[in-house]
Design a protein around this ligand. Structure first.
Ligand code: MLT
Length: 400
């Protein structure tokens, strides 16, 4: 008889954003005349910039003729993409090498799949609240998870405690869901802690393009020592509008090693290459053409315009919350606005209240952990008209 991976019994019944989609669908079916505005999942709404679209078309056209046709590509991604990423890091003052970069179908998959490299008997540390993928994928493997509190007292930026040991640490900065962003000095403390504990930091940098404060690090590799203890996950989803197109990249430094129990020193870069070449056949040539264009001067300028637009949405949301005296975080170096539910409401109760009375969808903080119980997340990725309308509806509802 086939035996189950019983760790699945320890998961919540459904993934957070599937649960939200289910509730919204139920509401919409019962109320077909109501216009629901979705500011829940962080999904972009603006079209991809013309430079990337042109490159995607070129990729399609290449498939039409035998001299330019592409079959399976190189396992880590085409050189033209990885070299473009190396240059992008360089422009931000960080040095990485092309063979440290692995192009993938996105940061969500990679942050989940990276767990393949680690034994079940690792202590995994995650902040609470946290992007649920880190918790769910480790739960699927049966790993022991410890939580560190991110809360108003520490500005949602928990720092390491030298009395608590972890082997694997997930950090996301700018943070999903809170929008909080670590400074260089704070990340240095985490790197020092990881080096002291022989731990690995899994650094999710999917929202780095939203950083406006130049003093804040966009990569953990801007921190000395990080190449000996960190893996970085990046995404073109929110940066260049690739949520549907799918493309991300992961940087695994060549210096990063772990010693096996038999004494063999293993390179995580080589192991990730082994894992990916076995289980993944790469991102399509077409999408990689678009991805490379996203790092060009024109592509970057177009994506920056889109990001600016979302940042203006964030300001519209923030201004409304400020007007209603609601305490909020994020929205400046991040596309997410994280705020306290009014009147001490529980976040799922506020979700239902908002859906039923204003037809606005957000994300209940409880979906990210216990410290999110009384918080709520809105995204700035909506279109302008919907963002304004949603905030007008919320303002009206909260004035009753
Ligand atoms: C979110 O809303 O938290 C993100 O869109 C989810 C993701 O990127 O997978």
């Amino acid at each position: 008889m086939a035996k189950l991976n019983e760790n699945y019994l320890n998961l919540k019944e459904s993934y957070l954003f599937s649960e939200i989609a289910h509730r919204v669908e139920k509401y919409s079916t019962a109320n077909p005349d109501k216009k629901v505005i979705r500011l829940g999942i962080g999904d972009v709404t603006l079209p991809i910039g013309s430079t990337m679209i042109h490159a995607l078309h070129e990729g399609v056209d290449a498939m039409a003729s035998s001299d330019s046709f592409k079959g399976y590509g190189p396992e880590r991604g085409y050189d033209f993409v990885r070299n473009a990423i190396v240059e992008y890091y360089g422009r931000n003052g960080v040095s990485v090498e092309a063979d440290e970069i692995f192009v993938s179908d996105g940061a969500k998959s990679d942050t989940g799949n990276i767990t393949d490299l680690f034994d079940k008997d690792n202590i995994v540390m995650v902040p609470d609240p946290v992007y649920p993928v880190y918790v769910d994928t480790n739960t699927m493997d049966g790993r022991n998870i410890i939580y560190i509190d991110a809360n108003v007292e520490n500005n949602f930026l928990p720092m390491p405690d030298k009395n608590v040991h972890a082997d694997i640490i997930y950090l996301c900065s700018p943070n999903n869901p809170t929008g909080a962003t670590y400074s260089k000095e704070q990340l240095k403390e985490w790197v020092d802690y990881a080096l002291l504990n022989d731990a690995i930091i899994l650094f999710d940098s999917a929202y780095e393009a939203f950083i406006t404060d130049e003093s804040l690090p966009r990569s953990i590799f801007a921190i000395e020592g990080a190449k000996k203890c960190a893996i970085e996950f990046c995404s073109l989803s929110k940066t260049a509008g690739f949520t549907g197109t799918r493309c991300g990249y992961t940087v695994v430094p060549k210096e990063l090693t772990i010693t096996a129990s038999n004494g063999t020193v293993m390179s995580l870069n080589a192991m990730w290459n082994r894992r990916q070449s076995t289980k993944f056949n790469g991102v399509s040539y077409i999408v990689q053409k678009g991805a490379a264009a996203a790092f060009s001067k024109e592509g970057m300028a177009q994506s920056r315009e889109n990001i600016k637009f979302y940042q203006e949405n964030a300001k519209i949301i923030a201004d409304t919350l400020a007007k209603k005296n609601i305490r909020f975080f994020g929205g400046i170096n991040s596309p997410y606005i994280w705020f306290e539910c009014p009147n001490g409401m529980d976040s799922w109760a506020f979700f239902d209240y908002l859906l039923e009375n204003a037809q606005v969808v957000g994300t209940p903080g409880a979906g990210f952990g216990k410290n999110g119980q009384k918080f709520f997340r809105l995204t700035s990725f909506g279109n302008r008209e919907n963002t304004i309308e949603a905030m007008e509806r919320i303002e009206k509802l909260l004035s009753k």
